[in-house]
Write a protein that binds this ligand. Structure first.
Ligand SMILES: C[S@@+](CC[C@H](N)C(=O)[O-])C[C@H]1O[C@@H](n2cnc3c(N)ncnc32)[C@H](O)[C@@H]1O
Length: 271
Protein backbone atom coordinates (compact mmCIF):
# COMPACT_ATOMS: atom_id res chain seq x y z
CA UNK A 1 0.00 0.00 0.00
CA UNK A 2 1.32 3.44 -0.88
CA UNK A 3 1.71 6.00 1.88
CA UNK A 4 -0.90 8.23 0.15
CA UNK A 5 -3.47 5.48 0.75
CA UNK A 6 -2.84 5.68 4.50
CA UNK A 7 -2.94 9.46 4.79
CA UNK A 8 0.71 9.70 5.80
CA UNK A 9 1.73 13.34 5.91
CA UNK A 10 5.12 14.95 6.57
CA UNK A 11 5.58 17.55 9.32
CA UNK A 12 4.68 20.62 7.25
CA UNK A 13 1.66 18.84 5.82
CA UNK A 14 0.62 17.78 9.34
CA UNK A 15 0.71 21.45 10.33
CA UNK A 16 -1.39 22.37 7.29
CA UNK A 17 -3.78 19.54 8.21
CA UNK A 18 -4.26 21.21 11.60
CA UNK A 19 -4.68 24.75 10.25
CA UNK A 20 -6.80 23.97 7.17
CA UNK A 21 -8.56 20.61 7.40
CA UNK A 22 -9.26 20.49 11.12
CA UNK A 23 -11.05 23.84 11.48
CA UNK A 24 -13.00 23.55 8.23
CA UNK A 25 -13.96 19.87 7.82
CA UNK A 26 -12.39 17.25 10.11
CA UNK A 27 -12.86 19.18 13.36
CA UNK A 28 -16.64 19.51 13.09
CA UNK A 29 -16.86 15.79 12.26
CA UNK A 30 -14.57 14.87 15.18
CA UNK A 31 -16.91 16.85 17.42
CA UNK A 32 -19.90 15.01 15.91
CA UNK A 33 -18.26 11.64 16.65
CA UNK A 34 -17.54 12.66 20.24
CA UNK A 35 -21.19 13.74 20.60
CA UNK A 36 -22.30 10.41 19.09
CA UNK A 37 -20.08 8.51 21.57
CA UNK A 38 -22.13 10.08 24.43
CA UNK A 39 -19.10 10.22 26.71
CA UNK A 40 -19.68 10.53 30.44
CA UNK A 41 -17.64 12.26 33.15
CA UNK A 42 -14.85 10.03 34.43
CA UNK A 43 -14.66 7.85 31.33
CA UNK A 44 -11.40 6.62 29.78
CA UNK A 45 -11.24 7.33 26.03
CA UNK A 46 -8.77 6.35 23.31
CA UNK A 47 -8.69 8.25 20.01
CA UNK A 48 -7.31 5.77 17.45
CA UNK A 49 -5.68 7.43 14.42
CA UNK A 50 -6.00 10.71 16.29
CA UNK A 51 -4.08 12.76 13.69
CA UNK A 52 -3.53 16.15 15.26
CA UNK A 53 -5.94 15.19 18.04
CA UNK A 54 -9.25 16.88 17.27
CA UNK A 55 -11.48 14.16 18.76
CA UNK A 56 -9.22 13.71 21.80
CA UNK A 57 -9.38 17.43 22.52
CA UNK A 58 -13.18 17.50 22.17
CA UNK A 59 -13.43 14.45 24.46
CA UNK A 60 -11.24 15.81 27.29
CA UNK A 61 -13.66 18.47 28.63
CA UNK A 62 -16.60 16.04 28.36
CA UNK A 63 -15.00 13.28 30.46
CA UNK A 64 -13.56 15.97 32.74
CA UNK A 65 -10.63 15.92 35.18
CA UNK A 66 -11.61 12.50 36.55
CA UNK A 67 -11.47 11.01 33.03
CA UNK A 68 -8.50 9.99 30.88
CA UNK A 69 -7.86 10.53 27.18
CA UNK A 70 -5.15 8.97 25.00
CA UNK A 71 -4.47 9.93 21.39
CA UNK A 72 -2.69 7.33 19.23
CA UNK A 73 -1.37 7.79 15.70
CA UNK A 74 1.27 5.96 13.68
CA UNK A 75 2.50 9.24 12.17
CA UNK A 76 4.96 11.02 14.47
CA UNK A 77 4.43 14.33 12.61
CA UNK A 78 0.74 14.30 13.47
CA UNK A 79 1.54 13.57 17.13
CA UNK A 80 4.17 16.34 17.19
CA UNK A 81 1.51 18.82 16.07
CA UNK A 82 -1.01 17.41 18.59
CA UNK A 83 1.54 17.86 21.39
CA UNK A 84 2.36 21.42 20.30
CA UNK A 85 -1.23 22.67 20.65
CA UNK A 86 -2.44 24.45 23.79
CA UNK A 87 -3.88 22.24 26.53
CA UNK A 88 -7.65 21.96 26.76
CA UNK A 89 -9.54 21.83 30.05
CA UNK A 90 -10.71 18.53 31.49
CA UNK A 91 -8.99 15.17 31.34
CA UNK A 92 -5.25 15.05 30.78
CA UNK A 93 -4.40 13.81 27.27
CA UNK A 94 -1.46 11.51 26.63
CA UNK A 95 -0.15 11.28 23.05
CA UNK A 96 1.39 8.11 21.60
CA UNK A 97 3.09 7.24 18.32
CA UNK A 98 1.83 3.70 17.74
CA UNK A 99 -0.04 1.60 15.23
CA UNK A 100 -3.74 0.84 15.57
CA UNK A 101 -2.68 -2.81 15.72
CA UNK A 102 -0.58 -2.21 18.86
CA UNK A 103 -2.45 0.21 21.09
CA UNK A 104 -0.38 1.19 24.14
CA UNK A 105 -3.25 0.36 26.50
CA UNK A 106 -3.79 -2.68 28.76
CA UNK A 107 -6.73 -5.05 28.19
CA UNK A 108 -10.27 -3.90 29.07
CA UNK A 109 -9.28 -0.44 30.37
CA UNK A 110 -11.27 1.83 28.08
CA UNK A 111 -14.90 2.95 28.14
CA UNK A 112 -14.92 4.34 24.61
CA UNK A 113 -12.73 4.19 21.53
CA UNK A 114 -13.23 6.99 19.05
CA UNK A 115 -11.81 6.42 15.57
CA UNK A 116 -12.49 9.44 13.35
CA UNK A 117 -12.05 9.07 9.58
CA UNK A 118 -9.21 6.58 10.02
CA UNK A 119 -10.46 2.98 9.65
CA UNK A 120 -10.58 3.39 5.84
CA UNK A 121 -6.81 4.02 5.82
CA UNK A 122 -5.78 1.14 8.04
CA UNK A 123 -4.06 -1.58 6.02
CA UNK A 124 -4.87 -4.18 8.69
CA UNK A 125 -8.52 -3.53 9.44
CA UNK A 126 -9.47 -6.76 11.22
CA UNK A 127 -6.36 -6.80 13.48
CA UNK A 128 -6.98 -3.10 14.25
CA UNK A 129 -10.63 -3.74 15.15
CA UNK A 130 -9.56 -6.71 17.29
CA UNK A 131 -7.12 -4.41 19.08
CA UNK A 132 -9.85 -1.80 19.73
CA UNK A 133 -12.01 -4.62 21.08
CA UNK A 134 -9.17 -5.80 23.33
CA UNK A 135 -8.78 -2.42 25.05
CA UNK A 136 -12.47 -1.69 25.72
CA UNK A 137 -14.24 -2.88 28.84
CA UNK A 138 -16.93 -5.55 28.49
CA UNK A 139 -19.66 -2.87 28.36
CA UNK A 140 -17.51 -0.37 26.46
CA UNK A 141 -18.11 0.97 22.98
CA UNK A 142 -16.12 1.55 19.83
CA UNK A 143 -17.28 4.52 17.81
CA UNK A 144 -16.13 5.05 14.26
CA UNK A 145 -16.77 7.71 11.63
CA UNK A 146 -16.40 6.94 7.94
CA UNK A 147 -17.45 9.18 5.06
CA UNK A 148 -20.55 8.04 3.19
CA UNK A 149 -19.88 7.40 -0.55
CA UNK A 150 -18.06 10.22 -2.31
CA UNK A 151 -21.09 10.91 -4.53
CA UNK A 152 -22.92 12.05 -1.33
CA UNK A 153 -20.12 14.50 -0.55
CA UNK A 154 -20.24 17.16 -3.27
CA UNK A 155 -17.09 19.05 -2.28
CA UNK A 156 -14.85 15.96 -2.22
CA UNK A 157 -16.52 14.45 -5.29
CA UNK A 158 -16.08 17.56 -7.39
CA UNK A 159 -12.49 18.02 -6.25
CA UNK A 160 -11.49 14.41 -6.96
CA UNK A 161 -13.11 14.49 -10.41
CA UNK A 162 -11.48 17.82 -11.29
CA UNK A 163 -8.10 16.56 -10.05
CA UNK A 164 -8.40 13.34 -12.09
CA UNK A 165 -9.42 15.29 -15.21
CA UNK A 166 -6.85 18.09 -15.09
CA UNK A 167 -3.89 16.59 -13.17
CA UNK A 168 -4.30 12.81 -13.24
CA UNK A 169 -5.98 9.85 -11.57
CA UNK A 170 -2.76 8.98 -9.72
CA UNK A 171 -2.97 12.30 -7.86
CA UNK A 172 -6.74 12.16 -7.31
CA UNK A 173 -6.40 8.78 -5.60
CA UNK A 174 -4.77 10.60 -2.66
CA UNK A 175 -8.18 11.93 -1.63
CA UNK A 176 -10.25 9.12 -3.11
CA UNK A 177 -8.67 6.79 -0.51
CA UNK A 178 -10.70 8.59 2.17
CA UNK A 179 -13.75 6.92 0.58
CA UNK A 180 -12.31 3.41 0.35
CA UNK A 181 -14.69 2.17 3.06
CA UNK A 182 -17.94 4.06 2.54
CA UNK A 183 -20.46 1.46 1.46
CA UNK A 184 -22.88 0.66 4.30
CA UNK A 185 -23.24 -3.10 3.65
CA UNK A 186 -19.46 -3.46 3.20
CA UNK A 187 -18.89 -1.75 6.56
CA UNK A 188 -21.50 -3.99 8.21
CA UNK A 189 -19.81 -7.07 6.75
CA UNK A 190 -16.39 -6.00 8.04
CA UNK A 191 -17.75 -5.34 11.53
CA UNK A 192 -19.54 -8.70 11.56
CA UNK A 193 -16.26 -10.39 10.53
CA UNK A 194 -14.60 -8.53 13.40
CA UNK A 195 -17.09 -10.24 15.71
CA UNK A 196 -19.21 -7.30 16.82
CA UNK A 197 -22.69 -8.44 17.77
CA UNK A 198 -24.26 -5.04 18.25
CA UNK A 199 -23.66 -2.40 15.59
CA UNK A 200 -25.60 0.85 15.33
CA UNK A 201 -25.13 3.04 12.24
CA UNK A 202 -26.40 6.54 11.54
CA UNK A 203 -25.66 9.11 8.88
CA UNK A 204 -24.73 12.59 10.05
CA UNK A 205 -24.90 15.53 7.64
CA UNK A 206 -23.17 18.79 8.50
CA UNK A 207 -23.55 21.88 6.31
CA UNK A 208 -20.08 23.33 6.66
CA UNK A 209 -19.25 26.94 5.86
CA UNK A 210 -16.10 27.06 3.73
CA UNK A 211 -13.98 30.07 2.78
CA UNK A 212 -14.09 31.23 -0.86
CA UNK A 213 -13.39 28.08 -2.90
CA UNK A 214 -10.87 29.81 -5.19
CA UNK A 215 -8.82 30.50 -2.07
CA UNK A 216 -9.68 27.32 -0.10
CA UNK A 217 -9.14 24.59 -2.73
CA UNK A 218 -5.39 25.17 -3.32
CA UNK A 219 -4.78 25.47 0.44
CA UNK A 220 -6.84 22.34 1.15
CA UNK A 221 -4.99 20.31 -1.49
CA UNK A 222 -1.68 21.17 0.21
CA UNK A 223 -2.97 19.51 3.39
CA UNK A 224 -3.75 16.22 1.65
CA UNK A 225 -1.77 13.40 0.02
CA UNK A 226 -2.67 15.06 -3.34
CA UNK A 227 -0.17 17.88 -2.68
CA UNK A 228 2.85 16.35 -4.44
CA UNK A 229 1.02 15.55 -7.67
CA UNK A 230 -0.75 18.93 -7.67
CA UNK A 231 2.52 20.80 -7.10
CA UNK A 232 4.17 19.00 -10.02
CA UNK A 233 1.33 20.02 -12.38
CA UNK A 234 1.55 23.17 -14.50
CA UNK A 235 0.04 26.45 -13.29
CA UNK A 236 -2.65 26.07 -15.98
CA UNK A 237 -3.58 22.58 -14.76
CA UNK A 238 -3.73 23.79 -11.14
CA UNK A 239 -5.89 26.73 -12.17
CA UNK A 240 -8.21 24.42 -14.10
CA UNK A 241 -8.78 22.29 -10.97
CA UNK A 242 -9.61 25.33 -8.84
CA UNK A 243 -11.88 26.92 -11.46
CA UNK A 244 -13.75 23.67 -12.14
CA UNK A 245 -14.46 23.12 -8.44
CA UNK A 246 -15.47 26.75 -7.86
CA UNK A 247 -17.81 26.78 -10.87
CA UNK A 248 -19.43 23.39 -10.18
CA UNK A 249 -20.08 24.26 -6.52
CA UNK A 250 -21.40 27.76 -7.22
CA UNK A 251 -24.88 26.49 -6.36
CA UNK A 252 -23.81 26.30 -2.69
CA UNK A 253 -22.90 30.00 -2.60
CA UNK A 254 -25.32 32.59 -1.26
CA UNK A 255 -24.77 36.10 0.08
CA UNK A 256 -21.00 35.78 -0.27
CA UNK A 257 -20.92 32.57 1.80
CA UNK A 258 -20.28 29.00 0.71
CA UNK A 259 -22.01 26.29 2.73
CA UNK A 260 -21.67 22.71 1.53
CA UNK A 261 -23.19 19.48 2.93
CA UNK A 262 -20.76 16.76 4.07
CA UNK A 263 -22.02 13.33 5.12
CA UNK A 264 -20.47 10.66 7.32
CA UNK A 265 -21.51 7.36 8.82
CA UNK A 266 -21.36 7.31 12.62
CA UNK A 267 -21.00 3.75 13.90
CA UNK A 268 -21.15 2.36 17.43
CA UNK A 269 -19.99 -1.23 18.05
CA UNK A 270 -20.28 -3.16 21.28
CA UNK A 271 -18.63 -6.47 22.17
C1 LIG B 1 -7.67 11.44 7.81
S1 LIG B 1 -6.64 11.32 9.19
C2 LIG B 1 -7.82 11.48 10.53
C3 LIG B 1 -7.18 12.07 11.74
C4 LIG B 1 -8.11 12.44 12.89
N1 LIG B 1 -8.78 11.28 13.43
C5 LIG B 1 -9.11 13.51 12.49
O1 LIG B 1 -10.31 13.24 12.50
O2 LIG B 1 -8.68 14.63 12.17
C6 LIG B 1 -6.22 9.59 9.27
C7 LIG B 1 -5.15 9.28 10.31
O3 LIG B 1 -4.93 7.87 10.38
C8 LIG B 1 -3.58 7.68 10.74
N2 LIG B 1 -3.18 6.30 10.47
C9 LIG B 1 -3.00 5.70 9.26
N3 LIG B 1 -2.60 4.42 9.43
C10 LIG B 1 -2.54 4.20 10.78
C11 LIG B 1 -2.21 3.08 11.59
N4 LIG B 1 -1.87 1.91 11.03
N5 LIG B 1 -2.26 3.20 12.92
C12 LIG B 1 -2.62 4.38 13.50
N6 LIG B 1 -2.94 5.49 12.78
C13 LIG B 1 -2.91 5.41 11.45
C14 LIG B 1 -2.85 8.72 9.89
O4 LIG B 1 -1.53 8.95 10.32
C15 LIG B 1 -3.79 9.91 10.02
O5 LIG B 1 -3.40 10.75 11.08
Amino acid sequence: MKTSDQWQLAQDAAERYQTILTPNILGPFAQALVDFAALQPGEHVVDVGCGTGAAARFAAPVVGPSGQVAGVDVNASMIDVARSLPDVPGAPITWHVASATELPVPDAQVDAVVCAQTLQFLPQKLPSLAEMKRVVKQNGRITISLWTPIEDNPYFHTLVEAMAEHVGAETAVGLGAAFALSDGPEIQKLLAEAGFNQVEMQTVELDLPLPSLREFVPRHVQATPMANGFNRASAAQQQAVVETVAEKLQLYEANGRTQIPFRSHMICCRK
